[in-house]
Design a protein around this ligand. Structure first.
Ligand code: 5AD
Ligand code: SF4
Length: 434
């Protein structure tokens, strides 16, 4: 049977897609690149904001049309599957099975049941070993950079966030198991790993997260280690030290701030004040200058006043983030923030978002400008030059690089090369091969 998995959302979801693909491949199923070729389509979906959930229903609508023309099995997994459970069948009766986020290994069984003609097949149970996934099964998309789960779930309770409901409480993979996976990846030719968790900083699989980073960095053959994502309250001095001193840890930190107003942070239950967030950045000391720093903002949280928003704009400028992701608050089912009065007109929210993104655009341009003239290592991310003649690459600081290599050069995919930065635009750095 030919299957196609369509994934959107965060890196955790990307990696779940790789695990699910591996599970089906082990059973003898054949992966294909499009819905048209597939006999089984699995939607691996996201519900962090309402827009992502709309995409679930619009993709399901598309699949219903395909299913009217020919036999097709349709499965749904990811956060909306865990959240909606059997309600999904009501809204989209052509779904054959629903798989929860904490029951990934049940996929082959659910598919077999659906193939046998059972309808409305579902497993949204919490399997305590979900995070203990055999590395040999995972079917990774990239051959140079590998995603590696270290924790699943989140023990924080931000009032806007659906993740604690859809991904459950924290479970940590034992340190030795993470190391064994990383060693086998390095032996298999991987040069970079990204350690994944809803909150990697609270890692407790037998050592601290900082210790885990140090131990992973000792694995021979690895060139860069990245991690995502981090809660400021679990960002320790020890972690800051490892980040600025360990040459294998990529010089990039994503530390979500969400708002620059203490009043809003409190209503979000973020557990820190702006001053405490800034104190975490001070842990980085002078090493901070070598890093790029990015963050997340939610704009238009219920009750956000003009003053609250201006406070966010001031912190944005003060920290001068190299990049940020910003979103208008999206009410999520079952979250505590639904009880807060939200009477701010959507036009005001959009204006605030635009202003924030324009300011960030200027900061990102300034951050990119600082790279011009420098020589830095970058990893080649394409197998050949684009039609414009340059290669796509990525720096340790998470900058997108357009690399000119000369007409006769063939650059090895996945390798680190030295690049001299020649120009900076808002979205990428132009560079030439050294
Ligand atoms: N509305 C808008 N943005 C949200 N995020 C999480 N939940 C919501 C929501 N309900 C944002 C946060 C988080 C990022 C992954 O998504 O900024 O850090
Ligand atoms: Fe959601 Fe907050 Fe946990 Fe992040 S830290 S996943 S925003 S509850």
């Amino acid at each position: 049977m030919k299957f196609h998995i369509q994934t959107w959302g965060c890196q955790m979801n990307d990696h779940d897609g790789e695990k699910l693909s591996g599970l089906l491949s082990v059973e003898g199923f054949e992966p294909v690149d499009s819905v048209e070729q597939a006999e089984l389509v699995l939607l691996n979906t996201c519900s962090i904001r309402e827009k992502a959930v709309h995409k679930v229903y619009s993709e399901l609508g598309r699949l219903r049309e395909v299913k009217q023309r020919r036999p097709l099995l349709v499965g749904v997994t990811g956060c909306p599957a865990q959240q909606e459970q059997a309600a999904l069948f009501k809204r989209a009766p052509h779904i054959d099975f629903v798989l929860g986020t904490m029951a990934l290994k049940q996929l082959p069984r659910l598919v077999a049941e659906a193939q046998a003609g059972m309808t409305r097949v579902m497993d949204t149970g919490e399997y305590p070993d979900n995070h203990l996934f055999p590395s040999s099964v995972t079917r990774r998309r990239d051959t140079a950079k590998a995603l590696v789960t270290i924790t699943e779930g989140c023990n924080h309770a931000c009032t806007y966030c659906i993740v604690p409901t859809t991904r459950g409480a924290e479970r940590h993979r034992p340190c030795e198991e993470v190391l064994a996976e990383v060693r086998s990846l390095a032996t298999g030719g991987y040069r970079e790993v990204e350690l994944l968790g809803q909150n990697v900083n609270s890692y407790a699989g037998g050592c601290t997260f900082a210790e885990l980073l140090e131990r992973v960095s000792e694995v021979e053959g690895l060139e860069w280690i990245r991690f995502t994502t981090s809660h400021p309250m679990n960002f320790t001095r020890e972690l800051a030290r490892v980040l600025v001193t360990n040459p294998k840890v990529a010089p990039f930190l994503h530390l979500p701030l969400q708002s620059g107003s203490d009043r809003v942070l409190k209503r979000m239950s973020r557990e820190y004040t702006v001053a405490e967030y800034l104190e975490r950045l001070e842990y980085l000391g002078e090493g901070r200058a070598k890093l790029t720093l990015s963050t997340d903002f939610i704009v238009g949280f219920p009750g956000e006043t003009d003053e609250d928003f201006e406070a966010t704009m001031r912190v944005l400028d003060e920290v001068a983030f190299d990049g940020s992701f910003s979103f208008i608050y999206s009410p999520r089912p079952g979250t505590p923030s639904l009880r807060l009065k939200d009477d701010l007109p959507v036009g005001v929210k959009s204006e605030r978002l635009t202003r924030l993104q324009q300011s960030q655009g200027r900061l990102t341009q300034a951050s990119n400008d600082r790279f011009v003239g420098r020589q830095i290592p970058v990893r080649i991310e394409t197998h050949g030059p684009t039609e414009h003649g340059w290669w796509l690459a990525r720096s340790g600081e998470w900058k997108t690089i357009h690399l000119v290599a000369g007409p006769d050069r063939s650059l090895p995919f996945g390798e680190l090369v030295q690049a001299r930065i020649t120009m900076a635009s808002p979205h990428f750095l132009g560079a030439e091969l050294v």
